[in-house]
Design a protein around this ligand. Structure first.
Ligand code: SIN
Ligand code: FE
Length: 294
């Protein structure tokens, strides 16, 4: 099954033809990566020197911008350089928002624009503990911010000035992925969600959904045999410099093997805004396990 679908879109702001919107929402919700080979994020001459690993502070992988607070974190740049960097990341945030608005008007009212990131550092060769190692296939689930079934949709753009592609592997359908690991996932320990929230380790109590998604993330990353087989099963997905793509990263197993100077925007929203909410991971997990997840 081909899980990457190309769209001939060359601008971040619509309007886009209705047929494109309809095809795009169907492909996205059924777990495809939408690939935009002609959609580049333009970096100005002045910004070009920021496309370098030194833009990050060395501790964080990514520079991140929070549209809610206007704060830029994870960078050691200051003064004029910091202003230039924030301006560039904010422009990507606005571009991604405009693409969402043009392609998916039905998500508009539900959409929460979360962090924007700039990912200057080369992925290949970076050593990470297995749980943080995104070169291993996984679905996204984050330990501190419970989502209670809300979706994670991410827009990426490769802006590498030297033309290095971003190399990914895209895995199996969510149903298959969840069914494969479900027997191995541990149930939450009663009271643990409240304890983690009280200790300030999570921003709110984890639901069963959050717990199961974290278990799924960990079970896949930990399983060497699965990683080897899944990577051997499909050709790599190459996202050349000057292209963009988007995907539900809570639904589509993905691994990022190599690349640098990418931008990423995260959106969250309630599955009720989907054209077909039964495709959301929460619905799939409820069907497979026979249990309510929130
Ligand atoms: C990830 O979400 O696992 C990393 C994606 C990327 O940085 O290309
Ligand atoms: Fe991920």
């Amino acid at each position: 099954m081909q899980r990457i679908e190309s769209y001939d879109i060359a601008r971040w702001d619509g309007p886009f033809p209705r047929a494109t919107q309809e095809a795009a929402i169907e492909a996205l919700e059924t777990g495809h990566v939408l690939f935009f080979p002609r959609l580049a994020f333009a970096v100005t001459e002045a910004e070009r020197r920021l496309l370098d690993a030194t833009a990050s502070d060395g501790r964080s992988k990514n520079v991140s911008y929070d549209p809610a607070t206007g704060e830029t974190k994870g960078t050691s740049l200051a003064g004029d350089d910091l202003a230039l960097l924030s301006g560039m990341v904010k422009r990507f945030a606005a571009s991604a928002r405009s693409l969402m608005h043009g392609l998916f008007p039905r998500y508009d009212a539900a959409l929460e624009q979360a962090r924007t990131s700039f990912r200057p550092s080369e992925i290949a060769g970076r050593v990470q503990p297995w749980r943080k190692d995104d070169t291993r296939l996984h679905v996204d689930a984050f330990p501190t911010r419970p989502l209670r079934g809300r979706r994670i949709l991410r827009v990426f753009s490769n802006a590498d000035p030297d033309g290095a592609p971003r190399r990914w592997v895209v895995g199996e359908a969510f149903e298959d992925h969840a069914a494969r690991f479900l027997p191995k996932l541990r149930a939450p320990i009663p009271g643990s969600a409240q304890a983690l929230a009280l200790l300030g380790l999570t921003k709110s109590p984890r639901s069963r959904y959050d717990h199961m998604m974290l278990e799924l993330h960990d079970a896949a990353k930990r399983d060497d045999a699965y990683q080897r087989a899944a990577r051997a099963a499909v050709p790599e997905a190459l996202f050349p410099a000057g292209t963009s793509w988007m995907v539900f990263t809570d639904q589509v197993p993905h691994a990022a093997l190599a690349g640098r100077n990418a931008f990423e925007q995260t959106f969250h929203f309630d599955p009720s805004a989907m054209a077909n909410p039964s495709r959301a991971p929460i619905s799939v997990l409820e069907r497979l396990s026979g249990r309510a997840m929130v």
